[in-house]
Ligand binder design. Sequence first.
Ligand code: FEO
Ligand code: CA
Ligand code: CA
Ligand code: CA
Length: 634
Amino acid sequence: MKWRDQEVSNSSFAPTFAEIVDARRRRFLSLGGAGLVMNFLPWSVAAAARAGRAAHPLASFASIPASFEDKVIVPAGFVIDIVHAWGDPVSDGPAFRADASNTAEEQAQQVGMHHDGMHFFPLDGRSDHGLLVVNHEYTDDGLLHADGMKTWSAEKVAKSMAAHGVSIVEIRLQDGRWQVVRPSRYARRITAATPIAISGPAAGAEAMRTAADASGRLVLGTLNNCAMGVTPWGTYLTCEENFNGYFKASRTPTPLEKRYGVSEKTAGYRWHEFEERFDAEKHPHEANRFGWVVEIDPFRPESRPVKRTALGRFKHEGAFVTLAKDRRIVVYMGDDERFEYIYKYVSKKPWRGGPGGDLLDEGTLYVARFHEDGSGEWLPLVYGQRPLTAENGFVDQADVLIRTRMAADAVRATRMDRPEWIAVHPQSGEVYCSLTNNARRGTPESPGLNGANPRPENLYGHIIRWREQGGDAASLRFAWDIFILCGDPAQEAPHRKGDIRGDLFASPDGLWFDPQGRLWIQTDVSTSALGNAEHAAFGNNQMLVADPTTKEVRRFLVGPRGCEVTGITATPDGKTLFVNIQHPGETPSERSDPERPLAVSSWPANQFPHLPGGRPRSATLAIRRADGKPVLAA
Ligand code: FEO
Ligand code: CA
Ligand code: CA
Ligand code: CA
């Protein structure tokens, strides 16, 4: 099997989403809408009323203005507290040292860095006691070590690896405050060094085997854990996003490496200097063992996490789970890179209650193609179904999954504008996806990377939505439209003009529906763009709430300087909303100067004086209403 020697079948000449949107607009104008064979009919006000939805679902709070202040701001009547921050012990382990002098071994017993997607798992259905599972996406090694990256050592690599992964902490509400339970039998860190099983069609494939693992079924660690998902059987799915940045090729990259961005230039984390498996020249298969969705059972601390290869290999943003009409498992997933794709997985068998078994190992992976008439289709990525055949260089289903992006190129999926989170409306079943932005429009020859066609396009991102045919998540056809085009309706320039009704925002990333069907939107304007002339109106990154029926948007929270807001979950009673503040104080280079750790932000110690200062820290917020009513009240 010579899969590594195959040339990339560069079939990614398919239209981009921006081109399809343009074509749809032109078609609509010329035909007055008659040419749209699949007009998207959003959930109506009447249907919303029948579902018991409040008449004014955003009326429970007054929106707040954009802000550049170095603190978290929420509307009057809401109170915030910190559940945990980077470096806090997950159980009765070592305390955080504000000078970053904690060792790698200590970090492995502490909450990781750069909180991202998360979920609250109630214990015994309770709303005052449960397990909080939090992803840690990446590290700012300028803050992680006392002298940053000025010197470099095996110990620093080990600490960075220990600050990645996932934290599981037991939390309890006592006297109105959420406290981490210490000690806890559930408390656990999963890091970039934790043994993780590999299952599904790619497990054991030759391309998954390494010198350290001849079976191709066991890998050390998970990394760049971005967004997440939750299964109906109560497990957590953590998703590996920009895994390529940890590997260095040190030679001309293979076509596969190139397609996934493993290159001579990457590996800014410098792990490969002391952890040889991240040197792609010496260990060419190791990178194939990353870029997957990993299932974790938070209730069984002794259980080994599992990489579920049937869900494909790409820069996974999240894995958002819903049920088809016949109770098959459906998982929606975005590949967050410019011009990458939206996928969904449908299990072979229905879920009949109880543990998931092989439901995430046996099923079909599809990729989305959008049409200019407002319809769309899901294209199967199945070995043997044309064009994924031997004559086009595909070897077997393991090969299709390890090279998911190339399989999706071959079927001519639609190249999207950086798909981030996906959320399913709890009543209508409509699926919403944030496309965070795409500052340069590409051509087939040059997908926007070298400025060959530098017209700014989709500068602020948008949120799209689709409705699966027959309201069934397993359908292979759908109808789509753009829910919100971000940007300022008052702007003249087409690439800056949006259609937001209400408070302005840009670069949508986190999306979450509360049980009442309100869409919560979290933003991630990159630190290099935050506050620049084109982004001045938006302020710091923030969280807003949208009414899917009226499209009204209200700003609910603004984060401190240099942060993104990401990760959201609630207790079953709706009285506590947990939200993550990631990388407060981040500099445009994404790496802090260790001499000046507080150059951009002093959060959270400046707002919560009981916490040690010294350096900014990612943290989980608990948000409650001062009057004790549900945050999510109508
Ligand atoms: Fe990790 Fe695409 O955000
Ligand atoms: Ca994200
Ligand atoms: Ca980010
Ligand atoms: Ca993002």
